[in-house]
Write a protein that binds this ligand. Structure first.
Ligand code: HEC
Length: 108
């Protein structure tokens, strides 16, 4: 019985892999849509106009995911960023990070 279940699972995953994109792949378009509030401080294309605010364009995706979660979970403390990250799910953070990582750090 166990063996049959395993084979069925294998078939389902194999078929799923062929028909749809991997479930874990971040959605850059969704990340872009979610980044509207971020643009006020981090710039439209991820290049900040304000010296106190960091650029995000071309940031390492994994680093950004970790920082966003750290802000959200209170491990990295910043009065400005904490509320920005507070409402974001892991998936939204992954999408936003993929979006900023895809931008040109030179702002082009
Ligand atoms: C009101 C201004 C403001 C808004 C809006 C804002 N941020 Fe920030 N962000 C900051 C500031 C200020 C810092 C620097 C925080 C620090 O010194 O730790 C920062 C830092 C960051 C960092 C860390 C960068 C690094 O190099 O470690 C990330 C990532 C980030 N913001 C992402 C976002 C995202 C994503 C959004 C939108 C959901 C957003 N921010 C919205 C002001 C803002």
């Amino acid at each position: 019985m166990k063996k049959i279940q395993t084979s069925i699972l294998t078939i389902v995953f194999a078929a799923g892999g062929l028909l749809s994109p991997p479930v874990l792949a971040a959605d850059i378009a969704a990340g872009k849509a979610k980044s509207a509030t971020c643009a006020a401080c981090h710039g439209n294309n991820g290049i900040s106009m304000i010296p106190m605010y960091p650029n995000l364009a071309g940031q390492k995706e994994q680093y950004m995911v970790l920082q966003m979660k750290a802000f959200r979970d209170g491990e990295r403390k910043n009065m400005v960023m904490a509320p920005m990250a507070a409402g974001l799910s892991d998936i939204e953070i992954a999408n936003i990070s993929a979006y900023y990582a895809s931008l040109d750090p030179a702002g082009k």
